[in-house]
Design a protein around this ligand. Structure first.
Ligand code: SF4
Length: 393
């Protein structure tokens, strides 16, 4: 299939080999997920080899070691602007000194996951579905990660990585019909290890729906091999990817997503609203429209969780509502994600929308459309009463 990429702001650009050009990386190395993982940028020296860092970034890198590790795949690193510290890509993965700021509203576990864990690694907050945290490692680390207390292995807590208790819990709890595999990033596992987990889940008769949450299609598209897609296809699952900025959707990413879609894997995207990254209606519009071109349905736009050290990345809630207002009616309905806040402390997702209801009583609802025009919709009871009055007259 040929996906158009004609409009410049929506162009899918390849970024291989970018900064690595002078290192003579062979195409076979570049296209290998093993090479990409081995050559991640993980140190200040590695960053400074390629970038001019701001003081805030240099200090942030030096202090990030016991909070959330820094690791950036060469593929993703190539998207970074060399000199601009406000680059939306580098804000997502390069630590800044602001991460050490103390905001009393922020928490290590902002979604209250630990208090909803009946067994280690399994979050059971909603009646019929669970979040199964299968690993604490990712291809690259997002500075706003909701699970930075455990992810990357250097934070405040460690993650239980033994899965047997979770499988036993799932076998016993017949009310669970939906399992989301996350972490960390499950696609970091080898095909064989991931298949072992999927096989075990599929052997539990009451589990109807399996999803994988992954940012690997964005950080490491080289991992989306035909063999992986063929294996996933056997287990009839869905995938939630995570992308925040249109520049992240490169030709390599688009090809990986297309490969997944061609293997019958329905794709949704979750974005996090981040200051200086995507808190702009035009940026979000370009992102969601590009996602549709990659056959990915924009699904959620999250208000950034109250994770410790995230104040420089969080926006006001009204910014998210403004973005949804700028999309709804102005672009394809499929492209409009649901804006949500994951209620602090563990209340679950709460949808937030622009207010389209101007007035409402028993007889009618006064609504406005995306252009601000008002319309009246009569409630069924009043229609029935009017009809009845006409018959009786
Ligand atoms: S990929 Fe997901 S789990 Fe990993 S650091 Fe980013 S947000 Fe956290």
């Amino acid at each position: 299939m040929i996906i158009p990429s004609a409009l410049p702001e929506k162009a899918f650009l390849s970024h291989a080999p970018g900064y690595w050009r002078d290192k003579n990386v062979s195409p076979s190395d570049w296209n290998s997920s093993t090479w990409q993982l081995k050559n991640r940028v993980t140190s200040l020296a590695g960053l400074e080899e390629h970038l001019v860092l701001a003081d805030e970034e240099r200090a942030g890198v030096l202090l990030s070691g016991n909070k959330l590790a820094m690791a950036i795949t060469p593929h993703y690193f190539n998207l970074i602007d060399r000199v601009d510290p406000d680059c939306p890509i580098r804000r997502q993965v390069i630590p800044r000194i602001e991460e050490t700021l103390d905001d009393p509203a922020e928490m290590a576990d902002p979604c209250g996951e630990d208090s909803h864990m009946p067994v280690p690694g399994l979050v059971h907050r909603y009646p019929d579905r669970v979040l199964f945290l299968v690993t604490d490692r990712c291809a690259s680390y997002c500075r706003y990660c909701t699970r930075s207390r455990v992810v990357s292995g250097v934070g405040e807590q460690t993650m239980q990585l033994e899965h047997e208790m979770a499988f036993k819990y799932l076998e016993q709890h017949t009310e669970v019909r939906d399992v989301l595999l996350s972490g960390g990033d499950p696609l970091l596992f080898s095909d064989g290890k991931l298949e072992g987990i999927l096989k075990r889940l599929r052997s539990i008769p009451h589990i109807e729906f399996i999803r994988i949450g992954s940012r690997i299609p964005i950080f490491l598209p080289q991992r989306i091999t035909p063999e992986l897609c063929q294996m996933l296809q056997r287990y009839g699952l869905w995938m939630s990817i995570h992308t925040n900025h249109p520049r992240e959707l490169t030709t390599e990413v688009r090809e990986g997503l297309e490969r997944l879609a061609n293997h019958g894997i329905p794709l949704g995207n979750q974005s996090v609203l981040l200051r200086g990254v995507n808190d702009d209606p035009d940026v979000m519009k370009s992102l969601v429209q590009k996602l549709l071109m990659c056959r990915v349905r924009p699904y959620y736009l999250y208000q950034c969780d109250l994770i410790k050290g995230s104040s420089h990345l969080r926006t006001s809630v009204s910014k998210g509502i403004e973005i949804i207002e700028s999309l709804r009616g102005h672009t394809t309905g499929y492209a409009v994600p649901q804006f949500v806040i994951d209620a602090p402390g563990g209340g679950g997702k709460v949808p937030l929308n622009p207010d389209y209801i101007l007035q409402r009583d028993e007889q009618r609802v006064l609504i406005r459309n995306y252009e601000g025009e008002a319309f009246e919709y009569p409630e069924p009871a009043s229609v029935a009463a009017t009809e009845l009055a006409g018959v009786l007259r």
